[in-house]
Design a protein around this ligand. Sequence first.
Ligand SMILES: [Zn+2]
Length: 292
Amino acid sequence: MFVPMKEIVDQAYAGGYAVPALPSQNEVQIRATIEAAAATNSPLIFLTGNRGDAMFNHYMVKRFAEEVNIPVALCLDHSPTFEDCVMGIKTGCSAIMADRSIKSFEENVKDVSLLAKMAHAVNVSIEAELGHVGQGDNYAVDGVSSLTDPQEAKRFFELTDVDCLAVAVGTAHGVYVGTPHIDFERLREINAACGKPLVLHGGSGSGDHNISKACTMGITKVNIVTDVMIATNQAIIKAALPDTDAKFFYKVVHDATYNFAKHAFELTGCIGKAVACQQKEIASGGDLVYKE
Ligand SMILES: [Zn+2]
């Protein structure tokens, strides 16, 4: 079933586990990931972007989600502009991630508060980011430059009505140059101060042990994309399909994606955690009253 992301992260927070947020770039990837989630009774979050083919992928996610009895959410990842966020809502995402992490605290609060009102009015969830998660290829600088302050995070939740918050605690996007160091003491302090669902970006290459530990400390959603790409590409190379067997390409991609997704559910602790979620009615403004 297709649900607002808030339902998934709230249940994860209450249960002390997390859910992986995985890519939805094509039909085979979407189908294999949903199959793995259904087979393991795991809740699932898909990530998407506002690319040209996004709307088709959104339709597929929603249609496939209706076929399974597990909660599935679709989150528009890293939306830096007002227009991006509105487009994400229009194209059927059940969550938007309003990334204002390079703006000042005040500007971040102002933008996210407005977007939270808009999103919640149509039963769409909203994630924001405080501190800034940088790039793995600049890890020596990005890994430590803008870590999240626990008290600021607490104030951010109070001021914005955001459903979950991405925090910078030492992870980075893409492939790490250097060894990732997660600041677990900072994460513990953020969780203690906020008591709300937190999100870890840059899950790829961060170390299985680190991910699993973070998922017991308030992290409810772990974004993992690069590792899915690596696992898929390695499977394609290993298969070394001859020209006449190119038809098996999609099976190779399917199986690699399926296996990785199962691994991600194990890592985050969400296997068996799918529960029946009732999609709430779209918020109504009440009866229309015409006045002339
Ligand atoms: Zn990210």
